[in-house]
Ligand binder design. Sequence first.
Ligand code: FEO
Length: 395
Amino acid sequence: MHPREIKPGIEAICNVHWERRLFDALIPLPEGTSYNAYLIRGTKATALIDSGDPVFRDEFLRQFEDVPAIDYVVSQHSEQDHSGLIPAVLQRFPDAKLVCNDKASDLLITHLAVPAERIQIVSDGEQLSLGNKTLQFIFTPWVHWPETMCTYIPEDKCLFSCDLFGSHLATSDLFVRDPAQVYEGAKRYFGEIMMPFRSVIVRNLEKLSEYDFNMIAPSHGPVYDQPEFILEAYRDWTSPKVRNTVVLPYISMHGSTEMMVKHLTDALVARGVSVQPFDLTVTDVGKLAMALVDAATLIVGTPTVQIGPHPAVHYAAYLANYLKPKVKYAAVIGSFGWASKAIDQIVALIPNLKVEILGTILQKGLPDAETLLKLDALAESVALKHRDDPDVLKD
Ligand code: FEO
């Protein structure tokens, strides 16, 4: 896509990856994604902020045919979807300096074989003048790697945030024009990428609040020309508040666990608790990650394979533990044929979740009357916890 102006002298170069369906060989991309670089034309120097994924090499380099010189290439984040074309840009513009922080320098040298002598290290808060525009570097570690930083141009009140505030969304929209669609993409992005670093992001949001900006230009998805929309969403997702919702990933092999899940779902709904069940045989794990962003409770349902949980449930529990959502309560339910350690193994998989375990219910074969009563009691316990917990939003 050709460069498009977002502010006078600032152009977005968006490589839209419409057909990509998996990121990092891990994260589903049902709506594709994009990689945004930004060209800043100052009166004395020109800078490029980030580059793009190597798959766009030729298309990306074509966008610089009318650019006589680039003086600085700023790398805000060393992951290859943003840094992968930096070597090609440095080759195309042999006098350009690569501007990054100390941690990024090591990563760019080791991951991309960038020549060390081309690198200009900057410190937190340092400024670089392009003439009528100033680049100010704001270190924001762990959004998404330890070296990540943002760039601020005070003359334009514009913040370049790389992964932070990004959305995995392939669109021709330069700016956010369908907020509901972007909210969905940004929440998915937060759930999959940012959620494990929630407490650090809170500190980064506080740090960024000291800067006066009216535009956020991320490196994935459309540009926010009304940034309060995404700032409010991030404040919500990183706050201690959770929703009156149970997320319920499960697998059922011969119907017993599914019967338990359906009974529990009905019992929770009857008590005013929202439920999001996810049959893991058909679930997009990105949707599961999104649901975990603000749910109060996680309940895992598993059959027994040999004596352990179903491998897909094992993976979902591992993923939830890795993503560290702010869930406050948990339970595990399941079934078995002749013997089972499935529940203990699932509980052992989620040490990162600071949850109160409200129950474990294991059924041999089809759910009997006693188990159905236990499921009712679990639903009651969840409903009471949600009712009495001041951090659970009362919808
Ligand atoms: Fe978009 Fe962490 O890379």
